[in-house]
Design a binder for this molecule. Structure first.
Ligand code: TXA
Ligand code: MG
Length: 389
């Protein structure tokens, strides 16, 4: 799949037209492409999805081809209206309706028994199917025009999930006919996956909806799925079998206890290569203070570029040439929003090692630390230092 077979068209859907008719016209090309069995990338509130008709086995197979996705990794079906649930699932428990009514559209995927309409190509041979209702107006309009869509994240397998249209373009240019550009994804990490085919229900992947929120709603404690060593078969949770969400650079998650030592090591590391830092505003302040005290104002300013947002891919700025690129965030929600974009930005800048600050593994921090530890190639142990390779 290396050769370009499409002239990929990027359609700006950031400002959607006022009237339903104009919206239908805007999405007519992409909707028809879906119905012809082609793939269309679209924005959701979590990450960009790579959509195919949920009812077309050949179109679904293309998703695996284009992404280089392992065949045993099942897809999520995306719907716009609750009334369509019965088309794609069966034996649906009341709690599924209650959960979807409470949290959809939004970052919640439920695993349910699949209906006969959903081909095994979509579920990696499983009799169950993941279903969610994405929140963006663009995704909802596309689904209403083209029917239910199966969609994984719209990245090449193993790479960080795309949170901007330009990320999709850099992975899939020439491989798909359309990318719908909806700007930055609101959340930046994938949906929470809850398996309702098990009693009690189990969280297969932490995500945009917190475990605490789900537990409060269900009035019960939930367990997280843990991979059993030696068990094979379709992947229950992403990242279990494959390295995921990873930039090319080595990712190290560092603990704050050894802060001063870590700072010294980073300065050392950046003397022979370029490094990227991803820290809270507070920690970033500490670090630049430390750098200045070690090297003096002038030398420190030559060494460090401190960014408060992730630049657009392809943007050129002399500051990006500096050996230490530091991005800082206010809180964990902002960190989650920008993590994947930062990974891609640092890769583009030729950074060889990325140091990321660990956060608490609760609330929004749970999904965040899950992605981070997977990018670093480890399990979710936030107070240790991970490395991949
Ligand atoms: O936020 C999201 O969920 C994004 C956007 C595009 O909607 N989608 C997404 O898809 O993250 P993907 O393909 O990257 O992750 C799908 C994961 C699979 O790796 C698997 O763990 C789980 O969903 N999954 C899907 N169907 C399943 C099933 N029948 N049983 C268990 N797990 C399933
Ligand atoms: Mg993915």
């Amino acid at each position: 799949m290396s050769e370009a077979i499409y002239k990929t068209r990027v359609i700006n859907t950031r400002d959607l037209p006022e009237t339903a008719l104009a919206l239908v016209q805007m999405l007519a090309g992409p909707a028809q492409a879906i119905q012809r069995g082609e793939l269309v990338a679209f924005p959701t509130e979590t990450v960009y999805g790579l959509g195919a008709s949920a009812f077309m086995p050949e179109a679904i197979s293309k998703i695996y081809e284009v992404k280089g996705r392992p065949q045993d990794n099942p897809l999520i079906v995306h719907l716009a209206d609750l009334k369509d649930l019965e088309q794609v699932a069966q034996d649906i428990p009341d709690i599924a309706y209650e959960l979807f009514k409470a949290f959809s559209p939004g970052p919640l995927t439920l695993i349910l028994p699949k209906s006969d309409c959903i081909p095994y190509e979509a579920t990696a041979g499983l009799d169950t199917v993941g279903i969610r209702f994405p929140k963006t107006a663009t995704s909802r309009a596309l689904i209403r025009a083209a029917g239910p869509l199966v969609a994984p994240s719209a990245n090449l397998s193993g790479r960080p999930s795309p949170t901007r249209a330009e990320h999709v373009l850099s992975d899939l240019d020439g491989k798909i006919p359309y990318i719908l550009d909806g700007g930055n994804c609101q959340i930046g990490l994938e949906s929470t996956i809850l398996d309702l085919t098990q009693d009690p229900p189990q969280i297969l992947r932490p995500g945009g909806l917190t475990q605490e929120t789900l537990e409060a709603f269900l009035a019960e404690k939930l367990t997280r799925f843990q991979a059993k060593p030696g068990v094979t078969g379709p992947a229950k949770a992403p990242g279990m079998k494959y390295r995921h969400y990873a930039p090319k650079a080595l990712v190290t998650v560092y603990q704050q206890e050894n802060q001063k030592q870590a700072f010294a090591d980073w300065i050392e590391a950046s003397s022979d290569k370029r490094i990227g830092l991803f820290l809270s505003d507070r920690e970033a302040e500490e670090f630049s203070g430390y750098l200045t005290s070690r090297l003096g104002e002038e030398a420190a300013s030559h060494k460090l570029a401190h960014l408060s947002f992730i630049p657009t891919e392809g943007e050129v700025n002399p500051a990006f040439q500096k050996p230490i690129l530091l991005y800082s965030y206010q809180g964990v929600t902002e960190a989650a929003h920008d993590l994947f974009a930062a990974f891609r930005f640092y890769d583009e800048q030729g950074v060889s090692q990325i140091f990321v600050q660990g956060e608490e593994v609760s609330g929004a921090g749970q999904a965040y630390m899950n992605r981070l530890s997977k990018a670093a190639g480890g399990e979710a142990k936030p107070l240790e230092v991970y490395k991949h390779h």
